[in-house]
Design a protein around this ligand. Structure first.
Ligand code: UDX
Length: 435
């Protein structure tokens, strides 16, 4: 890629920070990555990637000479004018976003008319204005500020960086906004250049809308079970309407991850703090919580009491192609099953190490066939490709019972049935009626 690209700083080397850093290095910038975690910085310097993200390791390796890692913000300030902020903004007990890591960065940057903070972390609308106020109060008003929300999805983050649906840049029309526009220019993506508060809201509203779409189709799925309809057919028919679109209409056992649950709650809270009751989002959150728990009812419908029953969970990560366990449906399921007296066997091809820190009292199996051994029921929790390839006759031989609960509608129902097993999906009333 081109020479003479401007160097940048990236503060925070989590999913968003590291992908952003590797992406801009790939586009030709020298990137100075800063993290307060000295151990992580040491690992990154040694070429170790602390997260599982397809294509990221290769991209980091290929651009090693342009990627610099340090614990000192001064290293970034010395070389770069734009400082991308990609630190965590986890939820607090109140449901508001915890902005302490963002504030620490703001405090650590000295007064300068040569530098700009470019906010990548998801923050409540209005954060830019309050940061600008803090900067003014501490005599640092010459620092520029740009909101540049990130829309990448875990599991396809590298591809999403290189081929984004849009780039959103909120700024005050100064040099920093122009510089960020220039940085993204090679990607040739649709650009939305707007004010800071609107850019912040684009991110929150987009995630809230997508989460609403999922809770909506999950409720349609639940009704399909009563009406003898198949939600897959229903979603196909709905999705062909241009105004609806086919994406994010996969019914399942709820959304998780580091963004949707947190951002939906943060938007609800943000609205509430200013006196507006965002009724729709309450329902989106509640439907999602109930959706995870419906699995227990389905198991009881087939097995009766779960005391002493063995239930196998296939997949633990909140979605395939990631080792991220944050807000994964498996966390609720494994705990609920154990509380109801079931023995739980689990397997995930990638997320086991993360899962071991969060899930107790279950048996971690070495592979899918090991996991299904002696199970009265198998629940597909995360739709890793390898589970769709399972030999269901072999599975049937190893199980003690016959129930396969497809929590993501990702399995071939006919193949499962042909092996003599009982198939139940989510919202597949038509299939259940035939069975
Ligand atoms: C999401 C947004 O898509 C991304 O733009 C934002 O930057 C961060 O949050 P991510 O959390 O990586 O990305 O996951 P995503 O692929 O969007 O899936 C989120 C959850 O929704 C997963 O648990 C997934 O299983 C679930 N989901 C998704 C459904 O249940 N049905 C669907 O149709 C789509």
């Amino acid at each position: 890629m081109g020479d003479n690209r401007q160097p940048i700083g990236v503060i925070g080397t989590g999913y968003v920070g590291l992908v952003t850093a590797a992406g801009f290095a790939h586009l030709g910038s020298d990137v100075f990555c800063i993290d307060i975690d000295a151990d992580k910085v040491a690992r990154l310097k040694a070429g170790e990637i602390p997260i599982y993200e397809p294509g990221l390791e290769e991209m980091v390796q290929a651009n090693r000479e342009r990627l610099h890692f340090s614990t000192q913000i001064a290293d970034a300030l010395e070389h770069a004018r734009l400082l991308f902020v990609a630190v965590g903004t986890p939820p607090t007990y109140s449901g508001d976003a915890d902005l302490s890591a963002v504030r620490a960065v703001v405090d650590a940057i000295p007064a300068s008319d040569r530098h700009a903070l470019v906010m990548k972390s998801t923050v409540p609308a209005g954060t830019g204005a309050s940061i600008k106020r803090v900067l003014a109060e501490s005599g640092k008003q010459s620092l520029s500020y740009v909101s540049c929300p990130e829309f990448l999805k875990e599991g396809s983050a590298v591809k999403d960086f290189l081929d984004p649906d849009r780039v959103v840049i909120g700024d005050e029309g100064d040099w920093a906004g122009d510089a960020v526009v220039e940085l993204y220019a090679p990607l040739d993506a649709p650009l939305v250049r707007t004010d800071i508060a609107s850019a912040e809201m684009v991110k929150l509203a987009s995630n809230a809308f997508l989460a609403t779409k999922i809770s909506f189709i999950n409720e349609i799925a639940n009704v399909c079970e009563e009406t003898g309809s198949d939600v897959i057919e229903v979603a196909r028919g709905m999705g062909l309407d241009d105004r609806i679109g086919p994406k994010f209409l996969q019914a399942g056992i709820g959304f998780g991850g580091s963004c949707f649950p947190k951002d939906v709650n943060a938007l609800k809270q943000l609205a509430g703090n200013s006196g507006y009751h965002f009724q729709l989002l309450n329902a989106v959150i509640e439907v999602n919580e109930l959706q995870k728990r419906r699995v227990i009812g389905k198991l009881q419908k087939h097995l009766g009491s779960l005391v002493g029953r063995t239930v196998c969970l296939l997949g633990l990560a909140f979605k395939p192609n990631t080792d991220d366990m944050r807000e994964a449906s498996s966390l609720v399921l494994s705990a609920r099953l154990q509380a109801d007296g079931a023995k739980v066997r689990v397997y995930d091809p990638i997320a086991e190490e993360e899962a071991r820190q969060l899930i107790r009292g279950v048996h971690f199996a070495t592979d899918a066939l090991d996991a299904v051994q002696g199970a009265d029921a198998v629940v597909l929790v995360t739709e890793w490709d390898e589970f769709a390839q399972l030999d269901w006759r072999q599975v049937a031989d190893l199980m003690a019972g016959t129930l396969v609960l497809d929590g993501r509608n990702a399995l071939d129902a006919d193949a499962v049935r042909a092996a003599g097993l009982t198939y139940e999906g989510i919202g597949r009333g038509a299939l259940t009626a035939i069975a």
